[in-house]
Design a protein around this ligand. Structure first.
Ligand SMILES: [Zn+2]
Length: 260
């Protein structure tokens, strides 16, 4: 099965050779048969660009935008490297803002102008310092309604607000959901939680009635790639839909000119 990872993380570690994290990522992609990865970093956009340049046919940078930070320089990096970035990500909750706040408007206007999708962190965090009230997927609805031409991805399926996220994607034609980072760290109930998650996500897809809204993502290295793949394999959907989730939806959203 062909796979695009719509949500992987990679950054240059202090003291490590610049290319080694990118090489590790590509080796991991080879191991799991992943053709292309969208590369996210919470650090600078130029660093993400540099990592992705290691294998420009397979690694595609996603820019970060920090509405309360130096937004001009975030967006300038995208503008000056036209055609290289595949999306722009916002981190509500990791940073204290709601997606519907006016400070985010310049990002949406920019993304619409250059035709890039916007990704939102959503739901649970990798760190307890995150603020959940900002990260509830419900806040994305307002953005989707006000910007019908902006294509939006709610990351992590809004977990644990999976049904809420499904409703937002069901209601708004321009909203998609990624499956990254759902499986979580091991606990004594990991196996049962995994079964529960697969049922929950399958149910969300039935509610939407369209697997065309759902993208495979790993959130590596926080989540193990093999667990993320196993989750999609476990979903109770037909094989045509599994292909959409693993590959075709991301291909359409990030790699094809709009309208094709
Ligand atoms: Zn992530």
């Amino acid at each position: 099965m062909r796979i695009i990872d719509a949500h992987s993380h990679c950054w240059i570690r202090p003291g490590s050779a610049d290319a080694s994290p990118a090489r590790e990522l590509v080796e991991e992609m080879d191991r799991f048969g992943i053709e292309k990865s969208l590369v996210l970093s919470t650090r600078t956009n130029l660093e993400t660009l540099k990592i992705s340049a290691f294998d420009p046919k397979r690694l595609f940078p996603v820019a970060s935008a920090h509405p309360a930070g130096n937004l001009d320089s975030d967006l300038r990096a995208v503008e000056e490297n036209a055609g290289k970035f595949k999306a722009i990500k916002l981190y509500p909750g990791y940073e204290p803002f709601y997606p519907s706040q006016p400070i985010c408007e310049p990002v949406y206007e920019f993304a619409e102008r250059v035709g890039l999708p916007v990704l939102f962190h959503s739901g649970d965090f990798a760190s307890p310092s995150g603020r959940l009230k900002y990260a509830h997927p419900l806040h994305v609805d307002e953005v989707a309604v006000q910007h019908p031409d902006l294509r939006i991805v709610i990351c992590h399926f809004g977990n644990p607000w999976i049904e809420d996220a499904a409703e937002i994607a069901s209601k708004n034609e321009n909203v998609f959901l990624d499956l990254s980072g759902l499986t979580g760290p091991p606990t004594k109930y990991s196996d049962r939680y995994f079964e529960h998650l697969a049922r929950q996500v399958s149910g969300a897809i039935y509610y939407i009635g369209d697997a065309g809204k759902v993208l495979f993502g790993s959130d590596r290295p926080t989540t193990r790639v093999e667990d993320a793949i196993r989750l999609v394999e476990k979903l109770d959907v037909d094989e045509a839909d599994r292909k959409l989730i693993f590959y075709e939806n991301a291909e359409n959203l990030f790699f094809k000119p709009r309208g094709e």
